[in-house]
Design a protein around this ligand. Sequence first.
Ligand code: BGC
Length: 407
Amino acid sequence: MSDFPRDFLWGTATAAHQVEGNNRGSDLWVMEHLSEGLFADPSADACDHYHRYPYDIALLKGLGFNCYRFSIEWARIEPEAGSFSYAALDHYRRMIAECHAQAITPMVTFHHFTAPLWFAGEGGWENARSVDWFARYSERAAKALGDLIPFACTINEANIPLMMTLMRRAGKRSDAIARSHRAAAQKIGAERFSTFLTGDGQEATPHLIRAHRKAYDLIKAYMTGKVGMTLSLNDFQADAGGEELCETARSQINTQFLEAARGDDFVGVQTYTRVRFGSTGLLPPAADAERTQMGYEFYPDALEATLREAARTAGTRLIVTENGIGCDDDRRRIAYTERALEGVRRCLADGLAIDGYIHWSLLDNFEWLEGYRPTFGLVAVDRRTQARTPKPSAYWLGARARQAQSA
Ligand code: BGC
């Protein structure tokens, strides 16, 4: 007997900009090509998933998964303000239909970090009008695709701009970001420039929460499936003396967003590690702690803690919409995932309403500012030939998924 419900979602995730390639109308594409940029690499062809998606869906199906979480790209769908591309919407309709044809449950994210250039040139999420712009796009996309979508995520990690802003306060990167925004604005002939990942999270947060609420209702009007937002949830822990800082971070970065999600169909929990606070601020991982390629601690137990926190605070159903590890030793990916799943199993045994586990990521892909160095994929991708090679972890997790579905 499996410890997981039979209809549990076992998935892998990607995001458009990280895998599709050549997302030229997007805000980040411009930033990636500044001479003094913040990005380690440009996204370039990425995994050419824009053309290879039928193959990639077949690949995850063959491995044993029953769900695929991916995003549709706003920059392709609305390349100019108020003007929508039928071709782009048709593309995503074919992609969702392909999932159904292969008996894969599609989970569609409407916004995963990137936005159209015109939106960035208006100040992006810092502009209060972003709420209506995102609502207009969400409604248009839901109208075209909603009848095929069983699970929709409005905004991926709506709380991450705030988290990154608060962490940046500690120092260094703010000047480089301001310089990049000025250079990008000049390049596109706009007065300002801001993106989800690099903008001012404090200004963006009220707009993101309102945008989620508005989009939630608009998307739901066109579908019978379930809608939610996903959150980046770290397991915040206090060392002696760090209790106050820890609780402040928790209330701003986790609680305010989890409360905003109350009443939604689900919250997407996305957890990678823990963050520890001491009396003077953030503590680095202990000297002997294992670190991932991202520099943070190998700490799969974080997932159980954030699932319990999300259940307590949001009171909604939950789906693990991302969990994974950037590492080059695939045995550590298996060890990490096995321990994270143990936590999910304990939560289920305690009666938490968890409907799925979706691993980040299907493919080694474009890891934002870090470029192609971190490898989160269950499947390796040859950057030159685009050949896909499943790693042992892909077969292992796929078998786990298959076993649970047939138990
Ligand atoms: C994001 C992904 C990212 C992953 C690994 C999440 O914050 O949603 O786009 O690649 O973490 O860093």
